[in-house]
Structures are given as structure tokens and as C-alpha cells.
Design a binder for this molecule. Structure first.
Ligand SMILES: [Fe+2]
Length: 190
């Protein structure tokens, strides 16, 4: 983790903060961030500029982890340079070091609603003309995720699904880690 955490030593200033409610359980929203199976179909604009077809790789620590495209399979500049961190229980940090970042906290409101709090940040080196366009792009992508998670929540609310499927450490490492953290917290009251 030392190699990547050292790259976070860069000043980013918050340009915009937004928060809004999403009709989805907070765990559904978190899990959505940990995989990109849905990306080609759900994020066509993102898939047009970034490789979204590769499995995630992870570096795990006790209460946080880094995850993202495997370093040996990424192709675009954004994929190669981006850093995605999850801090238990609900904080996400997405960085392109020296350029921009999105800090996102997903707060439970009820069993089927969450508050999505986001801060969009940039370094002073980024042209002011680029910032609003970048913020709007990520708002659009995350709105697609919100709609997807609300559909998942509707399915969960139907009562049809009593239990999820087995998550394998090879194919779903970040989701599995998140579920283990959740299990530990519920078991230990951590
Ligand atoms: Fe997504």
C-alpha cells in the first residue's frame, strides 16, 4: 500500500458539494462501487473513454482497501493513474493524483433509502473551463448507478430473494472483503 498511498500527497480543492437521497439500501450502493460488470451496459459514455472490461485487483488493509483495474491489464491513462479507496464503513475516495478527486460518503437513512454525499475536488493545475464539464460527467455516471441500485432495491423489496450467491475471492474480491468487514462488524459490534 505504501507505493500508492505516497501518491496521494497532493492538494485538491473542493469545487462542489452535493447530497441527495437514493431509494436504495446503503450496502447495495457500496457493492455497486466494487464491481464493473454493469459498466459496459450501464455506463456507455464512461465505457467509451475508459477500459471497463477488466476484473478488479485489490490491496487489503484492516479497515480500508484500494481497488480498481488490474495494473497489468489497464490501457487508458485514466485507468492507469486512478486510485480508488474504500474506508470502512461507507467512505469512497477516487483520485487521479495531481488532477482531481471525488470523495463520497453513503449514509444509511432507512433500510431502503440512503443519503449520497459527494465532494468534487480539483488541483489548481486543472483549467477552470474543464472543471464543470468533469463534474457533470461524473454526476451523470453516478446518476446511472443510482438508478441501477434503485432497481436492485425494488427487486430486494419484492421478497423474492432470500439470500445472495456465493462470492469468490478471485472474481469478486472487493465485494467479498466488504461483506467480511460487515460480518465482522455485526458479529463483534465493531
Ligand atoms: Fe457504476
Amino acid at each position: 500500500m505504501e507505493s500508492t498511498s505516497a501518491r496521494l500527497d497532493v492538494a485538491l480543492n473542493c469545487r462542489e458539494s452535493i447530497s441527495h437521497e437514493i431509494a436504495s439500501n446503503w450496502k447495495v450502493l457500496c457493492e455497486n462501487n466494487f464491481e464493473c460488470y454493469h459498466c459496459p451496459a450501464n455506463h456507455p459514455t464512461l465505457a467509451a473513454i475508459q477500459d471497463v472490461g477488466e476484473d478488479f485487483s485489490c490491496e487489503f488493509c484492516d479497515r480500508y482497501f484500494r481497488y480498481g483495474p488490474r495494473p497489468d491489464t489497464v490501457h487508458s491513462i485514466q485507468n492507469r493513474d486512478s486510485l480508488l479507496y474504500f474506508l470502512w464503513p461507507n467512505l469512497f475516495i477516487f483520485f487521479i493524483p495531481g488532477v482531481s478527486g471525488v470523495v463520497r460518503q453513503i449514509q444509511p437513512v432507512s433500510s431502503d433509502r440512503s443519503l449520497d454525499v459527494r465532494r468534487y475536488c480539483f488541483s489548481d493545475a486543472v483549467d477552470d473551463d474543464v472543471k464543470p464539464e468533469t463534474v457533470e460527467f461524473w454526476k451523470h455516471v453516478l446518476a446511472q448507478d443510482a438508478a441501477l441500485c434503485e432497481n436492485v432495491q425494488r427487486g430486494l423489496g419484492s421478497g423474492r430473494f432470500g439470500q445472495g450467491r456465493l462470492l469468490l475471492p478471485v472474481t469478486d474480491p472487493a465485494i467479498q472483503r466488504f461483506e467480511c468487514m460487515l460480518h465482522r462488524s455485526l458479529s463483534d459490534g465493531d
